[in-house]
Design a protein around this ligand. Structure first.
Ligand SMILES: Nc1nc2c(ncn2[C@@H]2O[C@H](COP(=O)(O)OP(=O)(O)OP(=O)(O)O)[C@@H](O)[C@H]2O)c(=O)[nH]1
Ligand SMILES: [Mg+2]
Length: 296
């Protein structure tokens, strides 16, 4: 039997379910998911190793027009994830905004690899609505294949994986088959905390939140995690802490539950909230936190 291996990037508007799909394929949560757009901020590699081959998936931030230093970095991450890939999965859904796909797909016209159209969230839409999307997009872009899936129910995923394996080149594995991702546990832990903030805190506050894990120590059966939650305005600090500390307590409880599931150990979580005015526009802060591309 021949062994195949290659890199496959997920691309698409925010909220189309790219990170949900990655987690579903891997059977473990490595990329956070929320119902708000622009959740993913950096590329995340997820490695699927099977007896017949290895697919290195690259989850990317949702496509958008950048407005500040952070979103410029995010948009560049999506562009960088196009380099040297063997296939691209363009995710879309019939939700509002799918006409922007025509614009983003046009930027892929000269990409030298097959592009699959993947219509996600099949569980939410009728076949008729889905076909309208497929017809509209296929009229202006030549896809390798079109697949309709639901990352939530798993429908269509096996066919999608078979179609990808079919076009991958013969190669030895790129990663040790034991490895699931290129992200460190402590960084995923920070992301899990950010996910809970995005779930629980409303309006514009979550967009200006950054979580930095300051300590991540195993003490016997317990993992001690200390993290600082940065907000970009003093008023946001009050919202995050909440009346009598109720909100930060809730964030801590929810995060601890998921962290324990993810790490398989008891977690002691120590959360602090600090203000760093307008950090998304400050290049020294963005640089320190790794939100600056080497080219900028
Ligand atoms: N019903 C349904 N919901 C889905 C499906 N896939 C994803 N979702 C939901 O869609 C929302 C966005 O999912 P994400 O995986 O964060 O989307 P994303 O494309 O990674 O978003 P960004 O990181 O912002 O670009 C979440 O609320 C998911 O639960 C699906 O197949 N069916
Ligand atoms: Mg995402």
């Amino acid at each position: 039997m021949t062994y195949k291996a290659g890199f496959v990037t997920f691309w698409g508007r925010p909220n189309t379910g790219k990170s949900t799909l990655l987690n579903r394929i891997l059977g473990q949560k490595i990329s956070i998911v929320t119902n708000k757009p622009q959740t993913t901020r950096r590329m995340v590699k997820g490695i699927l190793s099977r007896p017949d081959g290895q697919i290195v998936f690259i989850d990317t931030p949702g496509l958008h027009q950048p407005i500040d230093g952070l979103s410029t970095f995010m948009a560049k991450q999506a562009q960088e994830a196009l380099q040297g890939v063997d296939a691209l999965l363009y995710l879309t859904t019939p939700e509002k905004g799918f006409h922007d796909d025509l614009f983003y797909l046009d930027t892929l016209q000269s990409l030298p690899c097959p592009v699959f159209l993947v219509v996600n969230k099949r569980d939410l839409f009728s076949a008729e609505v889905i076909h309208t999307v497929i017809n509209t997009l296929s009229a202006s872009f030549s896809f390798q294949e079109t697949m309709v899936i639901s990352s939530l129910t798993g429908e269509g995923l096996e066919s999608l994986l078979s179609a990808i394996m079919f076009i991958l080149p013969e190669n030895p594995p790129y990663y040790d088959p034991e490895i699931l991702t290129d992200i460190y546990e402590r960084d995923i832990a920070g992301e899990i905390i950010r996910e809970k903030i995005w779930d629980l805190v409303r309006q514009e506050v979550p967009y200006g939140v950054e979580v930095r894990v300051e300590e991540f120590k195993e003490r016997g059966e317990v993992i001690y995690i200390q993290a600082i939650i940065y907000v970009e305005r003093e008023s946001h600090k009050g919202i995050l802490i909440g009346d009598k500390g109720k909100m930060i307590k809730k964030i801590g409880q929810e995060a601890r539950k998921d962290l324990q599931l993810f790490l398989g150990k008891k977690v002691y979580l120590d959360l602090w909230v600090k203000t760093l005015i307008n950090w998304r526009k400050k290049s020294e802060v963005l640089k320190r936190w790794g939100y600056q591309s080497p080219s900028s």
